[in-house]
Design a protein around this ligand. Structure first.
Ligand code: WA2
Length: 281
């Protein structure tokens, strides 16, 4: 009967959606674990050894060769915590000035070249990128605290000791929406019950990964069969009054929709996958 067909169709959609959500969530979790391990690598071989065993060249080669371990990421980078009183010494040692993050107007300006990046205005502290994977080399020397989303992430990462995610925003040098995952690096091995103040005090840097959602979810869905059958949207649903679409299209019939939950590992952010058939019954 028609009712049975509709019921089977609904169940098929639910199964396909749940499978896609699970694959995306698992891939995200795999890369989160590797970004976490990378933060420990920097702690051990950059901060834990004198002289450091990591420079930009080593970091660039290592992160490029281990890219397969971080599915869905478009690049990883390491920023240092620099207080204003240490800024002059830091800039002298590195031979460059700490830059402010590029604004959207600057991105759109055709004649804008990185050398024109504005020097960062005076702040209590900065988070300049010192190492970057080749794919995100444009953020080297940029103060990540000068970007609202990155700044919030840095503050939350170091106070919590956990991997934290931004809400979706337009990444530097990209036309797509993405999210950034950040882990703080500490100068001591902190107990699990360390206070926020102890954590902030012990912070020396921030290891971050950027995720370009549209191109990466697309790549993932292409690996699964029946991409022609269902349309998939991924939303940040943290703010119930305004869902943010991270990936998706307008096609399909939303009267028949299945929602699968997604857990990207940051309890203060919520995500969902919304699926529907591309063609009506
Ligand atoms: N990485 C790449 N592109 C970006 C970006 C970012 N953040 N922010 C805006 N566009 C070094 O949390 C520390 C990486 C930030 C880490």
């Amino acid at each position: 009967t028609n009712e049975e067909i509709i019921s089977i169709r609904r169940e098929t959609l639910a199964n396909m959606c749940d499978e896609r959500a699970r694959v995306l969530q698992d891939q995200f979790n795999v890369s989160l674990n590797h970004v976490h391990a990378l933060s420990i690598l920097v702690s051990t071989f950059h901060h834990g050894k004198t002289p450091s065993a990591i420079d930009q060249k080593t970091f660039g080669e290592y992160t490029e060769r281990t890219n397969f371990e971080r599915p869905l990421t478009s690049g990883v980078a390491y920023a240092l915590k620099v207080t204003h009183s240490d800024r002059a010494k830091f800039e002298q040692e590195h031979g460059w000035t700490i830059k402010k993050m590029e604004t959207e107007d600057q991105t759109l300006a055709q004649d804008f070249v990185p050398e024109n990046f504005d020097s960062a205005p005076i702040q209590d502290e900065y988070a300049p990128v010192i190492f970057a994977q080749e794919t995100v080399s444009h953020i080297v020397s940029v103060d990540m605290m000068s970007g609202e989303e990155d700044r919030e992430n840095i503050l939350r990462a170091r106070a919590s000791g956990k991997g934290v995610l931004t809400s979706p925003f337009k990444l530097q040098k990209s036309n797509h929406l993405g999210v950034v995952l950040t882990f703080a690096v500490y100068d001591t091995i902190l107990p699990h019950n360390a206070t926020e103040e102890q954590r902030v005090e012990a912070t020396i840097g921030y290891l971050g990964a950027s995720y370009d959602m549209p191109s990466l979810v697309e790549k993932l869905l292409q690996q699964l069969a029946s991409k022609q059958t269902i349309a998939v949207d991924v939303y940040d649903t943290t703010n119930a009054s305004g869902l943010i679409k991270m990936y998706g299209s307008e096609i399909g019939d939303i009267s028949e929709q299945h929602i699968s939950s997604l857990d990207f590992g940051d309890p203060s952010r919520n995500h969902e996958m919304h699926c529907r058939f591309k063609h009506k019954l």
